[in-house]
Design a protein around this ligand. Structure first.
Ligand SMILES: CC(C)(COP(=O)(O)OP(=O)(O)OC[C@H]1O[C@@H](n2cnc3c(N)ncnc32)[C@H](O)[C@@H]1OP(=O)(O)O)[C@@H](O)C(=O)NCCC(=O)NCCS
Length: 177
């Protein structure tokens, strides 16, 4: 896990998420029409109150990412102890579009979405969490370059024959290398 307070983001001009849009039902229908599994997963995310952002080119998705909010409940893959926070999850860049900074821009867009979602008049920007697996080198590199700081480790087990997982969050545990 990592976390960041919006003001601490070390985004550089190339990380500006110009062209990224908020995902609503109409956009999900449009961008994921040919991928029924993704489409229904994302419609379920929206029903739960998660927020999504996407970048598209010529009607085709290039990259997307999702944000759980304090009101939407935790991301599916995380234990309930992570609830009540802004938490970035389920990000992806299309295979042929990788290593062009799209994920970094997704993270900038999602931290911005958290700031936009927080109570109006709130002077401080909200803290935003994110997780990825130890062995996901590209994600770790982008997360750390933007200035997210380590926030412990979540240990997870998948329950047999379900998509549910059990887990616990050790907030002070150091990341594996
Ligand atoms: C992880 C993922 C989203 C990254 O998307 P992306 O658009 O290619 O990412 P970016 O171009 O913004 O950044 C990639 C970073 O990884 C680095 N990188 C690429 N391949 C790498 C490798 N094999 N080892 C280490 N770093 C690597 C790049 O140099 C870049 O780092 P930098 O920002 O310090 O220059 C993409 O690989 C993906 O969709 N993976 C499958 C789903 C997933 O793992 N999602 C993330 C977890 S929720």
């Amino acid at each position: 896990m990592w976390s960041i307070q919006g003001d601490a983001l070390r985004a550089v001009p190339g990380d500006d998420p110009a062209g990224w849009v908020r995902v609503d039902e109409r956009r999900v229908d449009h961008l994921f029409a040919a991928e029924p599994e993704r489409r229904s997963r994302f419609l379920a995310f929206l029903r739960r109150g998660h927020r999504g952002v996407a970048l598209a080119d010529a009607g085709r998705w290039v990259a997307y990412g999702w944000l759980a909010t304090p009101r939407s409940g935790p991301a599916d893959h995380l234990p309930t102890s992570t609830a009540g926070r802004y938490w970035i999850f389920y990000c992806r860049t299309a295979d042929d579009q990788r290593n062009r900074g799209h994920y970094r821009r997704a993270l900038v867009a999602l931290v911005g979405a958290a700031a936009g979602d927080a109570a109006p008049g709130d002077a401080s920007t909200p803290t935003v969490f994110i997780d990825t697996r130890d062995d996901n080198a590209p994600a770790r590199s982008a997360i750390e370059r933007l200035g997210f700081v380590p926030a412990g480790v979540v240990h997870l087990w998948r329950l047999p024959r379900t998509t549910r997982r059990l887990g616990y969050w050790r907030k002070a545990e150091a990341h594996g290398r």
